[in-house]
Ligand binder design. Structure first.
Ligand SMILES: Cc1cc2nc3c(=O)[nH]c(=O)nc-3n(C[C@H](O)[C@H](O)[C@H](O)COP(=O)(O)O)c2cc1C
Length: 144
């Protein structure tokens, strides 16, 4: 999902794809906008994504206000709590949501399905591409 959004965004403006664990507050400060992407685990953001927000929240607070953002959540069957959590953090940062959360459900609900490798259908990947392109195009045109 993240790669699909990244590829589409790249064709519109300079874009960086980074794992949450390698993203530091400097990266946030140096970016004009953000597309957060995470799985939902146990009705919450994945621990790694939460760790990124916990680590970077106060170091950039007050310095990224008004910047545009959007989010993508990969979930087995729900995804709404993870999206809500991200939105709440983004509200604290005073970011500007420029697209509703994109939640892609993989229908993984059994232990076997959850632990299996997933293939995201092309139609869903296209939605990720569209979101990446929309965010990047808006940034490059300065419409946000
Ligand atoms: C520990 C764990 C907890 C999960 N909890 C939820 C959940 O609360 N809601 C949901 O919709 N999916 C849940 N899932 C399913 C994942 O969101 C699903 O597997 C999705 O495809 C995430 O991407 P991944 O498979 O690449 O990790 C959970 C998965 C794991 C491993």
């Amino acid at each position: 999902m993240a790669e699909a959004a990244f590829k589409a965004a790249q064709s519109e403006t300079h874009t960086v794809l980074q794992h949450a664990s390698e993203t530091m507050s400097e990266h946030l400060l140096n970016a004009d906008g953000y597309l957060f992407a995470a799985p939902e685990n146990l009705a919450a953001l994945s621990g790694e994504m939460k760790e990124f927000f916990d680590r970077c929240y106060y170091p950039v607070l007050g310095q990224i206000e008004g910047r545009p953002y959007a989010q993508m959540i990969c979930a087995g069957s729900d995804g709404t709590n993870a999206a809500r959590q991200t939105a709440r953090i983004a509200t604290g940062w005073r970011l500007k949501e420029v697209h509703p959360p994109l939640i892609i459900c993989t229908d993984a609900q059994t232990q076997a399905a959850i632990l299996a490798e997933k293939t995201i259908p092309d139609a869903d990947l296209e939605r990720c591409s569209d979101l990446g392109a929309t965010l990047a195009a808006g940034l490059s045109m300065g419409v946000f």
